[in-house]
Design a protein around this ligand. Structure first.
Ligand code: MRU
Length: 336
């Protein structure tokens, strides 16, 4: 069980733990207007595919309240809902959750709120299931011994309403006494690994170290790592998986080293309308995220950038995709 609550609905407001401030400060945002929620999603105050799905669902309730407050019509409401859905393009959970609650708008606010609660509940329950399916998979493959596990970005309670996806498997392994150490990639440029994953591991007393993204392949090829686990923002039906930039480099190194590379995500992250990864829209973020660090210029003024937030790992480099339902044996040719 994790006590971290990244996204919650409290007294008619969306309450978000502002992830831009962690690990320095634990501050909650209490949001009751759609623009502030969209801003929070875009600037990653709330982030991680399942968490932004849940936030997006509750944001539709906020949109209904706002339209009522300012006496706007249904056209304005639809525009607001579209804007919530489109706040970030790669994680399918956001669009999936928003469209799921949109279907209840005609039935009124309470029906929309009930559906948003249901999405949050399903997400909460999915973590434990992924945790045990993933841990069982690792034990089957590598035996019941303490492992050194590498992970990328943050896939824990900050990114979900549960124990997490990939980090949920790590937590489950730890609860079974099977984690020797976690290598947490720092995750450039926004440091979700060294700021957020390390913060969660620290709180859970799970042994860890952080490493620059560029050190991950060295760690893997030098035999320090037994398996790598990542989350996903969207998984195509052939298993190609979009996740935080840098994930594919981890997968390639695992393939070369012959160690398992697992993608752990709820079924809500699987997008069966996408044949393969080439159909996944990758978010490109602004120059300043890499030309500046906390407002300080760290590159020549006017430097051109390439700043994709995500990459796609081809299914041929993935050992298995773990969801709350099952382990899809991607390396054995299984599709989703
Ligand atoms: O840009 P972010 O921080 O939202 O990216 C998050 C990731 O890439 C996560 O690995 C993914 O959303 C899965 S979270 C359980």
């Amino acid at each position: 069980m994790s006590t971290i609550k990244a996204v919650e609905w409290v007294d008619g407001k969306l309450v978000l733990l502002d992830q831009t401030l962690i690990p320095i400060e634990e501050k909650y945002l209490h949001l009751s207007d759609v623009d502030s929620i969209i801003d929070a999603i875009k600037r990653l105050a709330v982030r991680g595919a399942p968490a932004i799905g849940v936030a997006g669902a509750y944001a539709v309730v906020v949109a209904l309240d706002e339209v009522e407050r300012v006496k706007a019509g249904s056209e304005k409401l639809e525009q607001m809902i579209d804007a919530i859905r489109d706040a970030r393009p790669t994680a399918v959970n956001l669009a999936w959750a928003v469209e799921r609650v949109r279907k209840f708008v005609a039935q009124g606010r309470e029906a929309v709120l009930a559906e948003a609660d249901q999405i949050a509940k399903e997400d909460r329950l999915s973590g434990d299931a992924m945790g045990s399916i993933g841990a069982d998979w690792l034990i089957n493959r590598l035996g019941s011994k303490p492992l050194t596990l590498l992970t990328h970005c943050n896939t824990g309670s900050l990114a979900t309403t549960s124990i997490g996806t990939a980090l949920g498997v790590v937590r489950t392994m730890h609860s079974r006494g099977l984690v020797k150490e976690v290598y947490a990639d720092e995750t450039r440029p926004l440091l979700q690994g060294s700021r957020l994953t390390a913060w969660e591991l620290e709180k859970s007393s799970i042994p860890y170290r952080i490493l620059p993204d560029g050190a991950a392949s060295m760690a893997i090829l030098s035999g320090r790592i037994d398996a790598a686990l990542i989350g996903a923002d969207r998984i195509a039906r052939n298993g190609d998986s979009a996740n935080k930039i840098g994930s594919v480099a981890v997968a390639l190194a695992c393939h070369e080293a012959g160690i398992p590379f697992l993608v752990v995500a709820p079924e809500s992250t699987v997008d069966r309308s996408k044949k393969d990864g080439s159909e996944i829209d990758i978010e490109i973020r602004k120059d300043e995220e890499i030309t500046h660090f906390k407002g300080l210029q760290v590159a020549p003024l006017g430097a051109k950038t390439f700043n994709p937030a995500f990459d796609v790992t081809p299914s041929k480099y993935i050992s298995a995709v773990i969801t709350e339902i099952k382990a899809y044996e991607i390396a054995k040719g299984e599709v989703l």
